[in-house]
Design a protein around this ligand. Structure first.
Ligand SMILES: Cc1ncc(COP(=O)(O)O)c(C=O)c1O
Length: 405
C-alpha cells in the first residue's frame, strides 16, 4: 500500500474542507500536520500525569519525569546518537542553533571564522552573526552554483586555519538540495573546526545516523516531523559538550548554587535551563514512534517520488520556473517555483482559493533569494500524508492562474 493511503486517515485535519474544496496541504516544510497518536498522547499526559519534572517526589512528578526522559531515549535511537546524554531538548531548530551559537561564542576570539553557506535559513545564519559580532569573529559563506548546489571547491578555499565552526543545512528549505554533509564534515574536521548541521528539513524525511554523519552538532524541530510545536533537539558530541560552559542559566541546570557562582549539572540537563517542554517531548515520542513504524526509508522514497513528480509536472507548465536541482536524483521534499509576472503571494492566495495550502515569500533565506534574483518564491512541500493526487491538483490549478487573476 502506498504510504499516503496508509497514513491519511490518521491525520484528522486532512478531513477539512477549505474554500469549498477538500484541503490539499502542501506546506509541511513550514510545519507538518499531526497524526491522532500525537494529539492523543499529549491529551493523555495532561489528563493523567502532568507535573513538573526532575524536582517532585510525588507520583505524578515521577511519571512526568519518566515520560520526559523516555522521550530522550526514543530520540537517541531515532537519530542513531551514541549516548542519551548527548540529546538536548530545545524549543526548536532556531532555539537549538541559538543555544549552540551562544555557547560556542564563549570559545571564539577576534579573527576566528565561522563558515556557513549561501543557502542557509536565517536560523542558521543570524545566531552565528550575533556570536561573531560579540567576539570580533568573521562570517564567511560557501557559494551556491548551478541548479543550487554548494561549491565544494570554494569550500576548500574558505576553510582556513582560523575556521572554528562550519554550519550547513542538511537539506535546503528552498532548493530541496540535499547537501553532502558527511563530506563537508570531513573537510571541516581536517581543519580542526566544529561541524554543525541544521537538520530541520532532513529529520522529518530521511533516516539519520549521528554516528556516521561526521558532524558534531545536529539541530531539528519536532513540529516539522509530525510532532508538536515548542520542542526541538540539539544533538551534540559528548567530548565537545563536556568542554563547553553553558551560556544560559537558571533552574535545574545546576548541582549547587552559591551567591556568586554555581556548579553546573551533568549532561544533558546542564543545557536545559527552566521547565522543559514536557508534554511536547511526549508528543515527540509519539511522532517518532509513528515515523519508525512507517520506516524512514519508505518515507524518503515516498517523498522523493512526490518531489520528482512535482518537478516534472511544474517544469512543463508554460511560465513556471522551478528552482533547485531538476533531475530525479534524491532531493528534499520541497519544491519552490515562480510564475512569470505574478507575485508569489498572489499565487499562494489563488491556490488557497482552490483549497491548496502552499507557502509564499522569502522562506527565511534572503541571501539565497538574492542569489536567485527573486524577492520570493511559492513553495510546495510534502509529508508522509501527501498523495500524488495532491501534486496533481497543484499542477492542474496552476495553468488557470493567469486567466483568473
Ligand atoms: C532549514 C531550516 N532551518 C531552520 C528552521 C527553523 O525552524 P524552527 O522555526 O522550527 O525553529 C527552518 C524552518 O523553516 C528550516 O527550514
Amino acid at each position: 500500500m502506498r504510504l499516503d493511503e496508509q497514513t491519511r486517515a490518521d491525520f484528522p485535519i486532512l478531513e477539512r474542507i477549505v474554500n469549498g474544496q477538500p484541503l490539499v496541504y502542501l506546506d509541511s516544510a513550514a510545519s507538518s500536520q499531526k497524526p491522532r497518536a500525537v494529539i492523543e498522547a499529549m491529551t493523555r499526559y495532561y489528563e493523567r500525569s502532568h507535573s513538573n519534572v526532575h524536582r517532585s517526589i510525588h507520583t505524578l512528578g515521577e511519571e512526568a519525569t519518566e515520560l520526559y526522559e523516555a522521550a530522550r531515549d526514543r530520540v537517541q535511537r531515532f537519530i542513531g546518537a551514541p549516548r542519551r546524554d548527548e540529546v538536548i531538548f530545545t524549543r526548536g531548530t532556531t532555539d537549538g542553533l541559538s543555544l549552540l551559537a551562544d555557547t560556542l561564542a564563549l570559545t571564539l576570539s577576534a579573527g576566528d571564522e565561522v563558515l556557513v553557506t549561501r543557502m542557509e535559513h536565517h536560523s542558521n545564519l543570524v545566531p552565528w552573526q550575533m556570536a561573531a559580532q560579540r567576539r570580533g569573529a568573521t562570517i564567511k559563506a560557501v557559494p551556491v552554483v548551478g541548479e543550487g548546489r554548494l561549491d565544494l571547491d570554494a569550500l576548500d578555499r574558505l576553510i582556513t586555519g582560523r575556521t572554528r565552526v562550519v554550519s550547513v543545512a542538511h537539506v535546503s528549505n528552498v532548493l530541496g538540495t540535499i547537501n553532502p554533509v558527511a563530506e563537508i564534515g570531513r573537510r571541516a574536521h581536517a581543519a580542526g573546526a566544529i561541524m554543525v548541521v541544521d537538520g530541520a528539513q532532513a529529520a522529518p524525511h530521511m533516516a539519520l545516523d549521528m554516528s556516521r554523519l561526521e558532524c558534531d552538532f545536529y539541530a531539528f524541530s519536532g513540529h516539522k516531523m509530525l510532532g508538536p510545536t515548542g520542542i526541538g533537539v540539539l544533538w551534540g558530541r559528548r567530548e565537545i559538550l563536556e568542554r563547553l560552559e553553558p551560556a544560559r542559566g537558571g533552574s535545574e541546570m545546576i548541582k549547587q548554587v552559591w551567591i556568586d557562582h554555581a556548579q553546573y549539572n551533568d549532561l544533558p540537563w546542564r543545557f536545559e535551563p527552566g521547565t522543559p517542554p514536557i508534554a511536547e517531548a511526549i508528543g515527540l515520542t509519539a511522532a517518532v514512534e509513528y515515523l519508525e513504524k512507517l520506516g524512514m526509508e519508505r518515507v524518503a522514497e515516498h517523498e522523493g517520488a512526490l518531489a520528482a513528480q512535482a518537478v516534472e509536472a511544474l517544469a512543463t507548465i508554460p511560465g513556471v520556473t522551478v528552482f533547485g536541482p531538476r533531475r530525479a536524483e534524491p532531493r528534499g521534499a520541497v519544491i519552490a517555483f515562480a510564475v512569470e509576472g505574478l507575485h508569489p503571494h498572489d499565487v499562494a492566495a489563488y491556490l488557497d482559493g482552490e483549497g491548496i495550502a502552499v507557502r509564499a515569500g522569502h522562506h527565511c533565506a534572503q541571501p539565497l533569494l538574492d542569489f536567485l534574483g527573486v524577492v520570493g518564491t511559492t513553495r510546495a512541500s510534502f509529508g508522509v500524508y501527501t498523495s500524488p493526487d495532491d501534486v496533481d491538483r497543484l499542477a492542474r490549478a496552476l495553468p488557470g492562474i493567469r486567466a483568473a487573476l
